[in-house]
Design a binder for this molecule. Structure first.
Ligand code: 5GP
Ligand code: ZN
Length: 114
């Protein structure tokens, strides 16, 4: 997708320190970390929100969620982690989703307050 920063990272047009890469998704550190460890898990397929997913996309997202615990020691998540998906709504953006390419924040590396 043109002008999508995450598509550009996935294609290599924008350099990022990709720490995991498979057929479904990539993981790289957030540019502006909100915790000691802050990664983004980003599907290679471009879609903006959960509302746009079809059944195959849901299966793919399930595979991504299943892979994150397997990557625990590689990513330094042994003390636990928090996953966040910010979602823009039909008539507002209370969650503040900034990048309109679905992504899962992985926050870890310290005690996280709510
Ligand atoms: P959102 O608010 O959409 O859930 O989160 C978007 C996240 O993407 C933010 O935490 C922001 O710091 C991160 N981000 C935006 N642009 C870039 C970029 O070019 N590279 C990386 N690594 N992260 C980015
Ligand atoms: Zn994209």
């Amino acid at each position: 997708m043109e002008n999508c920063v995450f598509c550009k990272i996935i294609s290599g047009e924008i350099k990022s320190n990709i720490v995991y890469d498979d057929e479904d998704f990539v993981i790289f550190p957030d540019l502006n970390p909100k915790a000691k460890l802050h990664y983004l898990a980003v599907p290679k397929k471009h879609f903006a929100t959960l509302a746009e997913m079809d059944e195959a996309d849901s299966m793919m997202l399930g595979r991504i969620l299943g892979k994150i615990p397997i990557l625990s020691s590689k990513l330094g998540l042994e003390n636990g982690y928090r996953l966040i998906i910010n979602q823009k709504g039909e008539s507002g953006n209370d969650a503040g989703q900034e990048v309109m390419h679905l992504h899962i924040h992985i926050l870890a590396g310290e005690r996280l307050e709510m």
